[in-house]
Design a binder for this molecule. Structure first.
Ligand code: ZN
Length: 592
């Protein structure tokens, strides 16, 4: 069997790593292009007869520069992930960040320009032959700009946000980065970073989990007053901004980022809330398997066995390619090519950033995947997940640049789909009953994360914002709100909850994207619905799937589901059918 090389090839993009002269030149080119865009922009007159033609021309240039910027951003993120000590990479990250900021400036003023166009003329413009294809995105830009304050005020908000808003997020990261916890090992007490300690929470030893959980809890408790500051101030800034823009619903921004309706979100959570019982039964069963009365928060992710076989990188790769092939030969060919051309950095070595990601190079139409592969079943799943993202980007290569941007909720569709194919195949092909049980448990546990853990985050955030509107929310009250949300989401199935989860979960402190939770659950259930359709339809599904992916960047999720799956996302039916698939896994698990 031919062995695949687990390190990636970045030199084929820009030779020389962070010292690449070719990449420096590329950044220089982007700088020039942004300047040209700014100049060209000043000649764009809404009243002029030639507006449509000039707009088309401007968008063509905008698209080219956008591709280059994304390419540069992808390259620097690969450089800094592969070696955290690469100082040259850090300088390049800052440089490409500055370029992005000035490009966003052009984009914002461009959006405001579109808002100036009167309604009737606008309809004629987006019917223009060259603009029809990107009509949805252009109208979205225009509507967004119309929802904002006057340009000068928005510019002021943006400028103040650097130190008054996003800084709270950085402050959070700094405090967490400096925290350590002491964990008693077999011989001595050792000091761990928060990330390292959190990894110990999946230990198969309950005493270890309990100790780590308690120590982490104490660490969060000690800093709780600081985290209450970061959380209250960043949400306070957000609420003030919304108030001035006259946005009454705190979900307005996250829903619009995810191009979805409130009715869809409500239908999804209602379907989940109505179907929790099987998952509660699963948690009770898991408690029994672990020989305890009731699970605690730190038991939910505990392994029930360590009997799962490990796969070498090449074995994992072949397994993924084979499973993809049974669903879609095109997807399998793509994955094979990614392994052969070394688009994946998977080597298990020190000095790499933790976690995994997939990033695209739209200018050279390539992708790169980053992760650390040590042969576990969850590594194979992650690899398949990232390849799903890469395939999504691959089919997007030929659509207009403005139509290539898809939101987080649909971004997780292709990745979850790919992961599901591989996870199901692994369960089917398990060699022992013990292994089968463990793999199935892993699958069910993922549903628990999306239906319970993420649900708790959503309930908490919504309730927190209601109280924050009235004033500062104390650490003690934040704890109460968190435990109440967890009890509701887990239906009282746990013995002990995690009161400081509002402090420990980074996602609550991200300023770039509010409500960094429900899009995960959406993506999971949406791709389950597609997966069920794929199994039903067989071979002919491949092209339908590609067509669906190609549309993910140019319509709302409701339109996407109606067009490709003929389902109404605002109604509970679709969601219930998807949850039903997860319940089947629970039933199979309980039988074993
Ligand atoms: Zn993902």
């Amino acid at each position: 069997m031919k062995e695949y090389n687990p390190t990636w090839d970045l030199d084929s993009l820009f030779p020389g790593g962070s010292a690449s002269q070719q990449f420096r030149d590329y950044l220089g080119q982007i700088r020039t292009e942004i300047k040209q865009l700014e100049d060209q922009f000043t000649t764009l007159e809404v009243e002029a007869d030639t507006f449509s033609t000039m707009l088309t021309q401007f968008i063509m240039e905008l698209e080219k520069t956008m591709f280059k910027l994304r390419e540069a951003g992808a390259f620097v993120s690969c450089l800094s992930a592969q070696d955290v000590t690469d100082e040259g990479a850090k300088t390049l990250v800052a440089e490409s960040g500055t370029l992005s900021a000035s490009f966003n400036g052009v984009l914002t003023t461009f959006m405001q320009k579109l808002a100036e166009v009167p309604d009737e003329e606008w309809q004629a413009i987006i019917r223009h032959e060259a603009l029809q294809e990107i009509g949805y995105v252009l109208s979205e830009y225009r509507n967004k700009a119309r929802d904002l304050l006057a340009v000068e005020q928005e510019v002021l908000i943006n400028d103040l946000a650097v130190d008054g808003y996003h800084a709270w997020n950085q402050m959070y990261n700094t405090i967490v980065g400096n925290m350590t916890v002491e964990i008693k090992g077999e011989e001595k007490i050792e000091s761990y970073s928060i990330g390292q300690a959190s990894n110990l929470l999946t230990s198969s030893n309950r005493a270890t989990r309990k100790q780590v959980f308690d120590q982490l809890n104490d660490a969060w408790k000690e800093q709780a007053s600081l985290f209450a500051q970061t959380l209250n101030h960043l949400s306070g800034f957000r609420l003030q901004m919304y108030k001035h823009r006259k946005w009454e619903n705190v979900l307005k921004e996250p829903l619009s980022i995810n191009r979805m309706k409130q009715e869809t979100l409500d239908a999804m959570w209602t379907a989940i809330a109505n179907n929790k019982q099987p998952f509660v039964a699963y948690l009770n069963k898991k408690a029994e398997l672990l020989n305890i009365d009731k699970l605690s928060f730190y038991d939910v992710d505990a392994p029930i066995t360590d009997q799962v076989k490990k796969l070498s990188y090449t074995e994992g790769a072949k397994f993924i390619i084979d499973q993809f092939r049974s669903f879609s030969p095109k997807m399998a060919d793509f994955a094979e090519q990614a392994f052969e051309k070394r688009w994946i950095e998977a080597e298990d070595r020190p000095g790499k950033r933790p976690g995994g990601f997939c990033t695209s190079f739209p200018d050279s139409k390539e992708t790169r995947i980053f992760m650390t592969y040590s042969g576990t079943a969850s590594n194979v799943a992650t690899l398949a997940h990232e390849l799903g993202h890469a395939y999504h980007q691959h089919v997007m290569n030929d659509v207009h640049g403005l139509n290539q941007r898809y939101a987080m909720n649909v971004a997780e569709t292709a990745s979850t789909f790919a992961e599901m194919i591989v996870a199901d195949a692994a369960v089917e092909q398990a060699e022992t009953a013990e292994e089968k049980k463990a793999l199935l448990e892993d699958k069910v546990n993922r549903s628990v994360a999306f239906f319970m853990n993420i649900h708790a985050r959503f309930i908490f955030e919504l309730n927190f914002y209601k109280e924050r509107e009235k004033g500062f929310v104390s650490p003690a009250r934040l704890n109460e709100l968190m435990v109440e949300a967890q009890k509701e989401a887990y239906q009282d199935a746990l013995d002990e909850y995690d009161p400081y989860f509002w402090a420990s979960k980074l996602h609550f402190h991200i300023t770039g994207t509010p409500f960094y939770n429900f899009p995960y659950t959406f993506g999971y259930l949406f791709s389950l619905g597609i997966y069920a359709r794929a199994k039903e339809q067989g071979e002919s599904f491949e092209d339908d799937y590609i067509a669906l992916l190609e549309d993910t960047g140019r319509m709302s999720v409701e339109e996407l589901a109606m067009k490709h799956l003929q389902v109404d996302l605002t109604k509970p039916d679709f969601w219930e059918a998807a949850i039903e698939l997860c319940i089947k896994d629970v039933e199979a698990f309980l039988k074993l």
